[in-house]
Ligand binder design. Structure first.
Ligand SMILES: [Zn+2]
Length: 61
């Protein structure tokens, strides 16, 4: 599984969205707009698939 990440637009750096998907599942699901309370800057961010990237787990298993 990979963690779905975004970059904080305020503070920069990766933010974990609390979503986990295999890459091929991630490509298939509808994402729409999602909100996350950002642990880096404390604000709410709205993000879409285009903002997200997968943090691969290194391929174990
Ligand atoms: Zn933020």
């Amino acid at each position: 599984m990979s963690r779905i990440m975004i970059d904080c637009p305020e503070a920069g750096g990766p933010v974990y969205t609390h979503l986990n998907f295999e890459a091929f599942d991630w490509e298939a699901i509808p994402v729409g707009e999602r909100e996350i309370e950002c642990p880096r800057c404390g604000r709410m961010h709205v993000w879409r698939r285009a903002d997200a990237w997968l943090d691969e787990d290194g391929g174990r298993g």
